[in-house]
Ligand binder design. Structure first.
Ligand SMILES: *Cc1c(COP(=O)(O)O)cnc(C)c1O
Length: 384
């Protein structure tokens, strides 16, 4: 598939996978093996030991790279293990600039693991490019962005940030978990690395925890593979198989996530109990124009706050949901809800949380692919 360029739906189904050469099996087998017979000393078929490379994982790594319009993919045991691998490219004294409304787990690995090893992190409002330019110094080695951000759905102009990083020889990594390659391809916009929590939309069925890094740059890829093999936070063949299977419906699922997301966003906007609704598809969303420019749709992630901003009321609404399940995570076929202030973003200090807009009544929805009428009715009864 590498030579020709197919459209997304075709790639979602065929990228990275070939019928198994020995049996003709259409699905990539689960190569549940740690090691491989060598014909002669040092002579093997490309697979020597499964930490280094496993055929099922390899097929998935190629598939993810192709979906992001890149050449190289690497899969890890979780999204944060993928972040960990990128950060391990840095040295003590290096500095990283990132957003102030980052995914809580990213904030935690930055501040409690890598800060200890002498890497300095700046958390800024990335929307203001002047603030980014003012924070860059000669030690800046990496810009880490997420867009749309979690849970405030801010949009960062990837192309504009990439212009700045290219000029200064700084790596740009984009956490593309929320958008997925169906909606946005950061490599095409100038990013050096794309990170995914595969756990979410790519896997899509809430049955796997996995992360991935994708890059189009051979030097970066070699370094990531060296770290993947040396630190060993790999994913297993069974999980790789499940994600290969999930990817085949990514375009269908994302299309429905977007449709349902839009319907629910407008419903909430008109609801008398709701204060603010955060969804990048609204024309009055502060970054709507950037979203339109770099995304092909607006996704199924929505956050909203309540008039009166009462935490107890938010909790009681969430406990009344019948279809939306109260749970961490997102991006599965089933609709989920979470309370960022006490769940995903509990690791963020209170002050930073308030500044980022993660108020006490904020409720986040991961809109699934169920019937939209049923979802609306669930919101109606819970908010009543
Ligand atoms: C879940 C998530 C992560 C972390 O991924 P895990 O698979 O849970 O380790 C990173 N970034 C974003 C945006 C996420 O939603």
């Amino acid at each position: 598939m590498q030579e020709k360029t197919y459209k997304f739906a075709t790639k979602a189904i065929h990228a990275g996978v070939e019928p198994d050469p020995t049996t003709g099996a259409i699905m990539t087998p689960i190569y549940q093996t740690s090691t491989y017979k060598q014909e002669k000393v040092g002579q093997h078929k490309g697979y020597a030991y499964s930490r280094t490379l496993n055929p099922t994982r390899h097929a998935l790594e190629n598939a993810l790279a192709e979906l992001e319009n890149a050449k190289y993919g690497a899969c890890f045991g979780s999204g944060v293990a993928a972040i960990d691998a990128v950060l391990k490219m840095l040295n003590p004294g290096d500095e990283v600039i990132t957003t102030d409304d980052l995914y809580g787990g990213s904030y935690r690995i930055f501040t409690t693991i890598f800060a200890k090893f002498g890497i300095k992190f700046h958390f800024i409002k990335m929307g203001e490019l002047s603030e980014l330019e003012n924070t860059i110094n000669e030690n800046t080695k990496l810009i880490w962005i997420e867009t749309p951000t979690n849970p405030m759905m801010n949009i960062i102009d990837i192309e504009a940030v990439a212009k700045i990083t290219k000029k200064s020889n700084i790596l740009l990594a984009v956490d593309n978990t929320f958008a997925t390659p169906y909606l946005q391809n950061p490599i095409d916009l100038g990013a050096d690395l794309v990170m995914h929590s595969v756990t979410k939309y790519l896997g899509g069925h809430s049955d796997v925890v996995m992360g991935a890094i994708v890059t189009d740059n051979k030097k970066i890829a070699d370094e990531i593979y060296r770290i993947q093999n040396s630190s060993g936070a790999i994913t297993g063949p069974m999980d790789s198989f499940l994600v290969l299977r999930g990817l085949k419906t990514l375009h269908l699922r994302m299309q429905r996530h977007c449709e349902n997301g839009e319907i629910l966003a407008y419903f909430l906007k008109d609801h008398p109990k709701v204060d603010k609704v955060y969804w990048p598809g609204f024309e009055d969303h502060p970054n709507h124009e950037i979203a339109k420019k770099q995304m092909r749709g607006f996704g199924g992630m929505i956050s909203f706050s309540l008039k009166g901003n009462d935490r107890k009321e938010a909790h009681s609404i969430m406990e009344k949901f019948e279809i939306f399940t109260l749970a961490e995570s997102l991006g599965g076929v089933e609709s989920l809800t979470c309370h960022p202030a006490t769940m995903t973003h509990a690791a963020l200090p209170e002050k930073d949380r308030q500044e980022a807009g993660i108020v006490d009544s904020l409720i986040r929805l991961s809109v699934g692919v169920e019937d939209s009428e049923d979802l609306i009715n669930d919101l109606k009864q819970a908010l009543a």
